[in-house]
Design a binder for this molecule. Structure first.
Ligand SMILES: N[C@@H](CCC(=O)N[C@@H](CS)C(=O)NCC(=O)O)C(=O)O
Length: 371
C-alpha cells in the first residue's frame, strides 16, 4: 500500500490518484438516481470529505443521501466506525439525515477538554457513527467488498451504493459534481424548497472559470498545506509554505477587489455586500465550497500542525477572513458541517510522525471569530 508520507527522494508529498470513478445518472446501466440508495462515508476532519458533506447540505440532499461518519482517529489500519449498538432501538434512522452528518454539532460547545479524550473514545454520535448498512467496522471493508484486490489507501470520502454494495466514486471533486448535477432533485422532500430555489454550484456559464480557479487553488492551497505539512526535508517544506502564502495573497487580492466593487455598487455599509461576497461572479459556487474547507482549518490546524505559520487568516488576510466568517455565520450548511473537534483531534492525534506525543493545542480561541 502506498504511504501517506513523503515518498520521493526529494522529501515531497504526492497524493494518490482515486480509483472508483463512476457517475450516477438516468442513463447509467447500474447507478440510477434514487432516494436512500446512495450513502456518503465521510470524516468530519477531512477537507475533501467536507466538500461532499457541504454540497449535500447546500443541495438539500440531507434526506436523500445518507451519511456515515468515521471516528476522527485514523490509526494504522485506517478509518473505523463506532461499534454498532447492541440495542438497535438506539439507532434513530433520522440521525443519518441531519445537516451535520449524523453528529450533533452542539457537542462542539459542550465537549470535554481535549486532554481527557482518549484516541479510542467511543461516544456514539460524538466521535463518529456506526455503519448502519453493513455494520462494517472499518472503511477498508467497503473498499474490499467492492474490489477484493484493492491495494491502495482507504480514503474518505466514499460514495456508496447500498443496492449493489459497491463504491460508486471515491474522488471528492467528482462526487460533488454528481450531487450538484440535479439527478436527485426530484427526491427532495423538503417542502419549503422548490427546484428553482436549489442552488446550482456550477452554472454552465461559469464552469470554465470555476475549473480554472479550482485548479490553482487545489494545487497550491488545498493540497499545498499538505505538501508543506508532510514535507520531509527543510528545502521541500520551505518551498511549499512560501507557495501556500503566495497563493493566499492572490486570493486576498481577488477578494479585496471584489469587496471594493461591491462597496461602490451598494454603498460602504450596505448589508447587500455580504450577500454577494463570493470568490466568483458575486454568487456562491463550487469555488467557494472547495476553498472554504481549507480556509476554515487554517488557523485551528494548518498554522501550527502543518507549520503554515507565516501569518494567520485572522491576522494577515482581512478579506479572506471576512469571506470565511460570512460563509460560516450566515449559512447553516457551512456552519453545521464544520466540526472543529473532529478537525483538531484528527490531525493532532493521527499524524504521529508530525506530532509524536499527540497533544492537541487548545487554541486558537475561539476557533473562528464572530462576524
Ligand atoms: N482524492 C481524494 C483524497 C482524499 C483523501 O486523501 N482523504 C484522506 C483524509 S483527508 C484519507 O482518507 N486518508 C486516509 C489514509 O490515507 O489512510 C479526494 O479528494 O476524494
Amino acid at each position: 500500500m502506498s504511504k501517506q508520507w513523503a515518498d520521493s527522494k526529494d522529501g515531497a508529498f504526492k497524493r494518490q490518484v482515486s480509483s472508483f470513478r463512476e457517475v450516477i445518472s438516468k442513463t447509467h446501466p447500474i447507478y440510477k438516481p434514487a432516494a436512500n440508495r446512495y450513502w456518503l462515508y465521510v470524516s468530519l476532519a477531512c477537507p475533501w470529505a467536507h466538500r461532499t458533506l457541504l454540497t449535500r447540505s447546500l443541495k438539500h440532499l440531507n434526506t436523500v443521501i445518507g451519511v456515515v461518519v468515521v471516528h476522527w482517529h485514523l490509526d494504522s489500519k485506517g478509518w473505523r466506525f463506532l461499534r454498532y449498538p447492541t440495542d438497535k432501538s438506539s439507532i434513530d434512522e433520522n440521525i443519518y439525515h441531519t445537516v451535520s452528518g449524523g453528529i450533533d454539532n452542539t457537542q462542539s460547545i459542550t465537549m470535554k477538554p481535549f486532554a481527557s479524550i482518549p484516541n479510542d473514545s467511543d461516544r456514539l454520535w460524538i466521535d463518529g457513527t456506526p455503519d448502519p448498512l453493513n455494520q462494517f467496522q472499518r472503511l477498508s471493508d467497503l473498499y474490499l467488498k467492492s474490489n477484493p484486490n484493492y491495494s491502495d489507501r482507504f480514503t474518505v470520502p466514499v460514495l456508496w451504493d447500498s443496492e449493489t454494495n459497491t463504491i460508486v466514486n471515491n474522488e471528492s471533486s467528482e462526487i460533488i459534481r454528481i450531487l450538484n448535477s440535479g439527478v436527485f432533485d426530484e427526491f427532495i422532500k423538503d417542502s419549503t424548497t422548490s427546484s428553482t430555489e436549489i442552488i446550482n454550484l456550477v452554472p454552465k456559464e461559469l464552469e470554465s472559470q470555476i475549473d480554472e480557479f479550482n485548479s490553482w487553488v487545489y494545487d497550491n492551497i488545498n493540497n499545498g498545506v499538505y505538501k508543506a505539512g508532510f514535507a520531509e526535508s527543510a528545502i521541500a517544506y520551505e518551498k511549499e509554505v512560501k507557495n501556500v502564502f503566495q497563493h493566499l495573497d492572490r486570493v486576498e487580492q481577488l477578494l479585496k477587489s471584489k469587496h471594493q466593487a461591491l462597496e461602490k455598487k451598494f454603498g460602504p455599509d450596505s448589508k447587500e455586500i455580504l450577500k454577494h461576497y463570493f470568490v466568483l461572479n458575486n454568487q456562491l459556487t463550487e469555488a467557494d465550497v472547495r476553498l472554504y474547507t481549507t480556509i476554515v482549518r487554517f488557523d485551528p490546524v494548518y498554522v501550527q500542525h502543518f507549520k503554515c505559520n507565516l501569518t494567520t487568516i485572522r491576522d494577515g488576510y482581512p478579506y479572506i477572513h471576512l469571506w470565511l466568517r460570512n460563509l460560516y455565520w450566515n449559512n447553516d450548511s457551512f456552519r453545521l458541517t464544520t466540526n472543529f473537534n473532529h478537525i483538531k483531534l484528527h490531525y493532532t492525534r493521527s499524524h504521529t510522525r508530525i506530532n509524536p506525543l499527540g497533544l492537541t493545542p487548545l487554541g486558537p480561541n475561539p476557533h473562528i471569530l464572530p462576524l
